[in-house]
Ligand binder design. Structure first.
Ligand SMILES: NC(=O)c1ccc[n+]([C@@H]2O[C@H](COP(=O)([O-])OP(=O)(O)OC[C@H]3O[C@@H](n4cnc5c(N)ncnc54)[C@H](OP(=O)(O)O)[C@@H]3O)[C@@H](O)[C@H]2O)c1
Length: 290
């Protein structure tokens, strides 16, 4: 029997049932959102916190009852940040660690599990070449992949194993607008960022099945040591503090993707929809990086 032939009372019963299931779904959604936004992170690992985006995100998260584990390679900058975080009331573990050192990264995650199990891990450490970089190209290309790709795996894999075992936790990977497509202006850098973005997205359902969330962070130009070295115009560049506010707010809402500023996201989406030869011709005009 189709709806046009239903007697009036049956039809309204069906509509009411439909309405109440919509209401139940909507209130479940509201409850879920409220619980997720109220559940703040208590133990956070940020790699590459000694400058730029990682540094600003650490400061944005710092308050009482939050434990921050910050890593980087530069001792003075990392310990200066440690003092700032402690002054804001956070407890801090500062560790000089190279993300390329897989066993040291695994050991750090296991140590934390015993004391302050991470509920958020931000794989942020990364490098980019600058047009005036004097390191030999092949060496630079290998370094970019080691740090930006293997370094992310070394950060995420041990933490994800521990989080999955306890059925809770959240992981964030810092990709880039340059990671929306391979770019002729920065082949190695853009490819490393494409790879971590794709890997994080592909891992999301498996992690979710074990209670672990995944956010991909896709910044445009942000003031940092990376962009300080650039000599070309950087549209819509923003201070690291502003980027950190966007990132922390997105993480607190457990967003799947945090891409900003919208103007750069939009610009890159337009460019990537161009036919390949036109895209290559337009983008190849920029300064060349590794
Ligand atoms: N700034 C932008 O416009 C922009 C845009 C999109 C994406 N990103 C990404 O954002 C992330 C942060 O970069 P940033 O812009 O804030 O640059 P940054 O100021 O140069 O910061 C990079 C951080 O990564 C750390 N790092 C580099 N190599 C490392 C290694 N092998 N082991 C451990 N730590 C290492 C650095 O620590 P040390 O100096 O102590 O070694 C530093 O703390 C990177 O993944 C970058 O690709 C940046």
């Amino acid at each position: 029997m189709n709806s046009t032939t239903l007697p009036a009372p049956m039809l309204s019963d069906k509509r009411n049932a439909h309405r109440s299931s919509l209401l139940i779904a909507f209130s479940a959604y509201l409850r879920y959102n409220t619980v997720m936004t109220q559940r703040t992170f208590k133990s956070i690992l940020i790699t590459g916190a000694s400058s730029g985006i990682g540094h600003a995100v650490a400061l944005e998260f710092a308050k009482q009852d939050v434990h921050l584990t910050i890593t980087g390679r530069h001792t003075d900058r990392l310990h200066a940040l440690e003092a700032q975080l402690v002054a804001k009331g956070a407890s801090v573990t500062a560790q000089i660690l190279d993300v390329v050192d897989r066993s040291a990264m695994t050991e750090m995650a296991r140590d934390a599990e015993a004391n302050n199990p991470f509920d958020l891990v931000i794989a942020n450490a990364g490098i980019a070449s600058s047009p005036n970089d004097d390191t030999p190209a092949e060496e630079l290309i290998c370094d970019i992949f080691s740090i930006n790709l293997a370094g992310v795996l070394n950060t995420v894999l041990p933490a994800a194993t521990l989080m999955r075992a306890r059925g809770a936790g959240h992981i964030a990977i810092v990709s880039s607008i340059a990671g929306l497509r391979g770019l002729p202006t920065a082949p190695a850098y853009s490819a490393s960022k494409v790879a971590v973005k794709a890997w994080g997205e592909a891992m999301r359902p498996q992690l979710a099945a074990d209670g672990v969330g995944m956010t991909i962070i896709i910044p445009g130009f942000v003031e940092s040591r990376i962009t300080d070295a650039n000599t070309f115009p950087m549209p819509f560049i923003m201070p690291a503090e502003k980027a950190a506010k966007i990132i922390v707010s997105g993480l607190q809402r457990r967003k799947r993707t945090i891409a900003f500023p919208w103007q750069m996201v939009w610009l890159m989406r337009c460019l990537t929809s161009l036919p390949g030869p036109i895209f290559d011709a337009v983008l190849s005009r920029g300064p060349k990086k590794a």
